[in-house]
Design a protein around this ligand. Structure first.
Ligand code: DX5
Ligand code: ZN
Length: 221
């Protein structure tokens, strides 16, 4: 299991004035995905970046770009993000009126489709869509900001989702996003997470980005 764990540094906590260099640094340090948080100031109380920045990031890394849309009615912008080089586009179940159609749109554009669940949203909300998606993101903080504390109740939700995926024989990736640290990463992996989005614990680490990422890798190996 551990061999398959992917690390997805979240650029939300990067120095945006040095974004390309920092993306190159995590790439060199052994990241698996680059996690890109897109926020619209409506679905979440924060604004970040749009498709042009995703296109620029693509020129600094060969890694898949894992684009997490925290925006209302994301179908309006999905073609732009697909054009900008996204490998995975994740939408929130809470932000889509017609989730099935939105997931189909992502897949028709040749991009892997993900669905995210806020901490208070039950797994039953994705019961029907589960076989259609490539990735499920379990939010372990309320979306909107980096550097928040992991909500401990999320561990049970991760285990329950892992059991559901196993019993349905689905190879869907299970990403955990928010408050992941070197201390809680082993427990998250044990519960069944196989992609860890990590922002502050990598980009704001005192020991530096590369060292922090490598230490987290060791902690889950
Ligand atoms: C939160 C974002 C996360 C965030 C995680 O809304 O979706 O990806 O960057 O950052 P940390 O690891 O700092 O909680
Ligand atoms: Zn995210």
């Amino acid at each position: 299991m551990e061999g398959k764990i992917k690390l997805a540094p979240s650029i939300l906590s990067a120095d945006f004035a040095r974004l390309g260099e920092q993306v190159a640094e995590v790439t060199k340090a052994g990241a698996d995905y680059i996690h890109i948080d897109v926020m619209d100031g409506h679905f979440v109380p924060n604004i970040t970046i749009g498709a042009p920045v995703v296109a620029s990031i693509q020129t600094w890394t060969h890694l898949p770009l894992d684009v997490h849309l925290m925006i209302e009615q994301p179908e309006r912008y999905i073609p732009q993000f697909a054009d900008s080089g996204a490998s995975i586009i994740t939408v929130h179940v809470e932000a889509c009126f017609h989730l099935h159609r939105t997931i189909q749109l992502i897949k028709e554009l040749g991009v892997r489709a993900g669905v995210a669940l806020n901490p208070a949203s039950p797994l039953s909300l994705i019961d029907e869509i589960m076989p259609q998606v490539d990735l499920i993101v379990i939010m372990s903080v309320e979306p909107g900001f980096g550097g928040q504390a992991f909500i401990p109740e999320t561990l049970g939700k991760i285990s329950r989702l892992r059991s559901m995926l196993n019993s349905r024989k689905l190879a869907t990736e299970l990403e955990v996003d928010g408050g992941v640290t070197i201390n809680n990463a082993p427990g998250i992996v044990k519960a069944g997470g196989d992609v860890l989005a990590i922002g502050a614990s990598v980009f704001k680490a005192k020991e530096g980005i590369s060292h922090a990422l490598q230490k987290i890798r060791q902690a889950i190996s």
